[in-house]
Design a protein around this ligand. Structure first.
Ligand SMILES: Nc1ncnc2c1ncn2[C@@H]1O[C@H](COP(=O)(O)OP(=O)(O)O)[C@@H](O)[C@H]1O
Ligand SMILES: O=C(CO)[C@@H](O)[C@@H](O)COP(=O)(O)O
Length: 569
């Protein structure tokens, strides 16, 4: 197929919004882009942060797909729309949903329309911590270590823990469920007009990193593994899948209905889906042994290496090592932090509370002005805190934080762990707390780099992408100082969506492989942060304190101390 006059679309579903980019397949130049914020999610519907419940309605996803693609095509014009060759999609994950026999998410059926258990269980939903612990204990009873390719620990953020939680929690969903599907596998199924849940094509990325699929045991672990964990899971593997697909393959052609609905040609190819950071790493032009960090709400860190070079090595405490999960032919490794920008957003919300609750009662300004004032102030909080915190030099004894505000994803998943501040005194103010929190997120990032190195996987440098990488020179400089490695920031504003577009171009046969698409369509880097040698020493000392404080907190979580012992201490 000729590259001239060929266009592709990449769709990236983030935690709060979905964005689509329409790019020229020849050079990756962005022709159009559009972002859509999930309306129901924005209102906080179906969520309960205190109970760690975060659910998303399928309609938020469907409306966002239609809206963003249509707006891209409108910006690009009909001549370009007629030359769109393929669409590929990435999403957050593990973000699975219960579907019926037709592959329809249960929340799309009238009787389940308002039931959070019938919706997508977002990656950051931690309602399944108990189930994850059970899976970890259960896995020890088997001769085959089914957790060996997911870092040795199963997380509550993942597929099976979430399935078991929903089956236990909701009898009505249990009676209606026919299969359990990742968001990244469901959107391609939707676009191709799939009608049977048994025919949903699953990507190797979600299957290998979160679903315990491995070529070594010929697919998913045997039914016996799950049935002996809980009889509710008996027979479930039958309903799922054995075969998986790399993201450079098409799962089908767009359905007539979706082609018409979007205004696209009838022969548009739909690529196999994958998680956002995996396609983002490709969009960010990943190289072997460079850690690609998608820095947004969370971080998702990806490293690729030739399979032969890693050999039989098993990397402990990461979110999996899966052949072909990023680039076919290479081993894809994933790690990350459950709260990164989300930790900053948490502090922002704490600081915003008095504004939201006191200003609204003001007798000086009307309610509408108060609302606008609060919105403006809240929007400026993180940038202003960053500005003030940047003026503070790191000191050995100043405030120190632990970043596990939403648990710890890696190294060594434990979503029950919690964040902390130590070393507070009467001089501690908001910028100092913000500084300590940002530093803690950088220490968390260093712990991941250290773990790869300790496990024999060298890290040659860092590539940063995502919202925080683009918006915050303050965070990026501190990250370089703390880790002691240069960080290149990728030029693209929508790196994950661009990565999806590169896969779309490969799927359409416009490139022989995704490496060639990456080479031709990559946008390069626009900033580089190098470590400040004057700060290395003090960060080294503070990092040791972080590790020690974290270990103390972890020990407290694992062995709860009796109340009388606490008082004595
Ligand atoms: N100026 C800033 N400095 C640091 N973090 C920021 C700034 N502005 C926004 N953020 C954080 O960026 C995160 C969103 O990142 P983004 O990549 O846009 O979204 P997503 O993770 O949903 O893809 C939020 O958690 C927010 O707290
Ligand atoms: O965990 C994964 C992928 O494995 C991500 O989808 C998850 O961290 C969400 O990413 P964002 O922070 O929304 O970019």
């Amino acid at each position: 197929m000729s590259l001239s006059q060929a266009y592709v679309i990449g769709v990236d579903y983030g935690s709060d919004s979905v964005r689509s980019v329409l790019v020229d397949a020849q050079n990756g130049n962005e022709v159009a882009s559009a972002v859509f914020y999930y309306p129901r999610w924005k209102e906080g519907r179906y969520c309960n942060a205190a109970a760690n419940q975060f659910r998303q309605h399928p309609l938020d996803y469907i409306e966002g797909l239609e809206d963003t693609i249509k707006r891209c095509l409108l910006q690009a014009g009909s001549a370009i729309a007629a030359n769109v060759k393929a669409i590929s999609v990435d999403t957050t994950g593990s973000t699975p949903v219960a579907v019926d026999a037709t592959g329809t998410p249960l929340a799309m059926l009238p009787q389940f329309a308002e039931n959070p258990n019938a919706m997508f269980v977002l990656w950051k939903d931690h309602t399944a911590t108990g189930e994850a612990a059970e899976i970890n204990a259960h896995a020890e009873k088997f001769d085959t270590n089914y957790l060996q390719y997911v870092g040795g620990i199963y997380s509550s953020e993942w597929f099976w823990a979430k399935l078991l939680r929903i089956l236990r929690a909701d009898e009505t969903v249990r009676a209606a469920i026919h299969s359990w599907v990742e968001h990244c596998d469901w959107i391609p199924f939707l676009l191709t007009g799939g009608k049977k849940a048994t025919e949903i094509k699953r990507g190797v990325c979600s299957a290998g990193h979160k679903g315990l699929w491995a070529a070594e045991w010929g697919g998913l672990p045997p039914d016996d593994f799950f049935a002996t964990l809980d009889p509710l899971l008996k027979g479930f593997t039958e309903k799922l899948y054995t075969e998986v697909y790399t993201s450079d393959t098409a799962v089908g052609t767009i359905s007539a209905e979706w082609a018409q609905r979007l205004g696209l040609p009838a022969d548009v190819q739909i690529g196999a889906g994958a998680f956002d950071c995996h396609m983002g790493a490709v969009g960010g032009q990943i190289e072997p042994y460079y850690l690609s960090k998608v820095m947004g709400t969370s971080t998702c860190d990806i490293l690729v290496a030739p399979e032969a070079e890693v050999g039989d090595k098993l990397i402990r405490g990461i979110c999996g090592q899966v052949p072909g999960s990023v680039i076919p032919g290479m081993l894809g490794m994933e790690a990350g932090q459950s709260a990164f920008g989300d930790a900053y957003a948490w502090l922002r919300d704490v600081l915003a509370w008095p504004l939201q609750h006191v200003l609204s009662q003001s007798s000086i300004i009307d309610a509408d002005t108060a609302k606008k004032l609060v919105e403006e102030a809240v929007d400026k909080l993180i940038p202003e805190l960053s500005k003030q915190a940047d003026l503070l030099e790191p000191e050995e004894g100043s405030e120190l934080a632990i970043d596990w505000i939403n648990g710890r994803r890696t190294p060594d998943a434990d979503q029950l762990l919690k964040g902390a501040f130590t070393g507070l005194n009467m001089g501690t103010d908001a910028p100092r707390m913000f500084r300590a929190l940002v530093e803690a997120t950088c220490f968390g990032a260093k712990a991941i780099v250290d773990r790869f190195i300790a496990e024999g996987v060298p890290v040659k440098g860092l590539i940063a992408l995502g919202g925080v990488a683009k918006k915050s020179p303050f965070v990026m400089q501190m990250m370089a100082d703390v880790i002691g490695m240069p960080i290149r920031v990728h030029k693209s504003e929508q790196t994950c969506a661009l990565g999806a577009a590169m896969f779309a171009a490969t799927t359409a046969g416009l490139y022989p492989n995704v490496e060639a698409a990456m080479q031709a369509m990559g946008q390069g880097f626009d900033a580089e942060y190098t470590p400040n040698p004057a700060r290395v020493d003090v960060y080294e000392k503070r990092y040791k304190k972080y590790i020690k404080t974290g270990a103390f907190l972890e020990a407290q979580t694992k062995k709860p101390v009796a109340q009388n012992q606490l008082t004595e201490a």
